[in-house]
Design a protein around this ligand. Structure first.
Ligand SMILES: [Fe+2]
Ligand SMILES: [Fe+2]
Length: 500
């Protein structure tokens, strides 16, 4: 797969978010330091409120990063830049007013970073927009903080230059500006991280999955489909595993159908894995996506209707808050684990962050991994089913005629060969079942491998010793080919399963 523009964008957004988080941590440290240095009660109080909002916004940023689902780190240059500013803020070269001014510049940088991410998300995909939605709160609060910091700079600056307080009315202007800003905020998402309950977090994931499904089903570009599927694979997998770890055990005493919910989750996880080897360019891929979408929807409906009310009924606000942090932490850990696995095993769906690293690795993949991507397994099983049926019907009805054409002796005990062909027909039904859901019925695949190898060996032996017309060996050779294909199918399946 080649690196698409949008893969790069997703990764760039992840890096930008990581940089915002680093900057946010620095803003918090600065505010604590400024509060220690400033004695004015009014300013102190304003910084205190700012600090509380920034601490909350750090949580919002972490949530957004996890929702985006692409782990990343800040660029080295940014880290160096922040270190330099930090030493300036700690040192004595700058006056207090200059330090606040520097702080205001950092706030400006943070606001712009948030706005740029917001704009970029619009051009990447609706799923990214949904993931970063809570960032609106951070952006607008930062804009308001900038206005307040301007007021503080003015008061401190005039004091440092003239030893006097500035004309009254500084705070009035600040309040006006803040009020104007908050007026703008009115229509925007103003949910804060404190209020973001476990229920909100789960709902945000469900919405993002809905959007990704719509993006896959609405796209005709295989690269886009691959990109969206890689994101969906990671998001749904991480969400499902985190729920199994945090949500379901906590609520199982209050819901007696919890096993059903867990089974549904396991089914979805299996379906995701079964889809990994499929080629997104294959028209059948979308059928499988639709299949998966329905399974996910069915599960999500039951979860939202049955389990969400239990959260409120049986858990206190504090318990729900704790669960929200645990859920975020579990998701973060699972995202990193999945990223590591993808780096080790290129047969995993390529995540947006992996494409650039894995594109060269894919060139060194063994040939059979390439086959795993390109073989239409569903067609393989369907073809063998049809071959079994055609062969069985022809030889059941026309064995005597075939033997006439080949000038071979008619059979003495016809019933044995008829029994055999009936079994061949029935095994064909088994292969058809396998083709309908590649994640199921692997016992039939194994049985098929044994049966086909046995048929080939027996036919080859009888042809060699001259008991059999070589024509019959043709079907034996077909069986051998399919026995090998079936074995490869199982090999790929279990290999990809081992890694998850
Ligand atoms: Fe869920
Ligand atoms: Fe779930």
């Amino acid at each position: 797969m080649t690196v698409t523009l949008d893969d790069t964008k997703r990764m760039a957004i992840a890096t930008q978010l990581a940089e915002m988080k680093a900057l946010q941590q620095m803003l918090i440290t600065n505010e604590q330091r400024l509060m220690d240095a400033i004695s004015d009660n009014d300013i102190h109080q304003r910084l205190q409120t700012m600090l509380e909002q920034d601490q909350k916004n750090l949580g919002v940023l972490e949530t957004v990063m996890i929702q985006h689902g692409v782990p990343s780190e800040p660029k080295e240059t940014t880290e160096h830049h922040l270190e330099k500013i930090q030493s300036l803020m700690e040192g004595s070269e700058l006056t207090l007013a200059e330090k606040v001014l520097q702080h205001e510049l950092l706030k400006h940088q943070q606001t712009m970073a948030g706005l740029v991410i917001h704009k970029a998300a619009q051009s990447v995909g609706a799923d990214v927009e949904a993931a970063i939605a809570p960032l609106h709160t951070v952006n607008f609060e930062n804009r308001a903080h900038q206005e307040q910091l301007k007021g503080i700079v003015e008061i401190l600056g005039v004091g440092e230059l003239t030893g006097q307080e500035p004309d009254q009315g500084v705070w009035a202007r600040v309040e006006d500006a803040v009020a104007a800003l908050t007026g703008v905020v009115g229509s925007v998402v103003t949910r804060t991280d404190d209020e973001m309950s476990i229920r909100d977090l789960l709902l945000m994931d469900h919405t993002k999955a809905d959007i990704l499904f719509a993006e896959i089903l609405g796209s005709e570009d295989p690269h886009k489909i691959q990109e969206y599927f890689a994101q969906l694979y990671q998001d749904v997998k991480v969400h499902g595993l985190a729920e199994e770890e945090i949500l379901y055990p906590a609520l199982s005493p209050y819901y007696n159908q919890m096993q059903e919910i867990v089974d549904q989750t396991d089914l979805v996880l299996e379906m995701l894995d079964a889809m990994k080897p499929l080629n997104p360019a294959d028209p059948d891929f979308k059928t499988q996506v639709e299949h998966l979408r329905r399974a996910v929807r069915h599960h999500v409906d039951q979860e939202e209707q049955d389990i969400f009310p239990k959260l409120r009924e049986h858990l206190s606000r504090d318990q729900q808050k704790r669960m929200a942090s645990e859920f975020k932490a579990a998701k973060n850990r699972l995202q990193l684990k999945l990223q590591e696995q993808q780096q080790e095993d290129p047969s995993q769906p390529v995540s947006p962050t992996q494409t650039s690293q894995s594109s060269h690795r894919q060139r060194t993949q063994p040939w059979f991994m390439f086959m795993n991507y390109s073989l239409p397994w569903k067609t393989v099983f369907q073809t063998k089913a049809v071959i079994n049926w055609v062969e069985a019907v022809i030889l059941l009805l026309g064995d005597r005629w075939v033997r006439d054409v080949l000038h071979t002796e008619p059979l003495v005990n016809v019933e044995y060969s008829q029994l055999f062909y009936v079994i061949v027909f029935i095994i064909g039904i088994g292969y058809w079942w396998v083709s309908q859901d590649l994640s199921q019925n692997h016992g039939i695949v194994k049985l098929g491998i044994y049966a086909q190898f046995s048929v080939f060996t027996l036919l080859a032996y009888h042809t060699l010793i001259g008991h059999l017309h070589p024509f019959y060996l043709l079907s034996g050779i077909l069986d051998l080919i399919f026995a090998i294909l079936f074995s490869l199918f199982l090999y790929f399946h279990y290999k990809s399963h081992e890694s998850t």
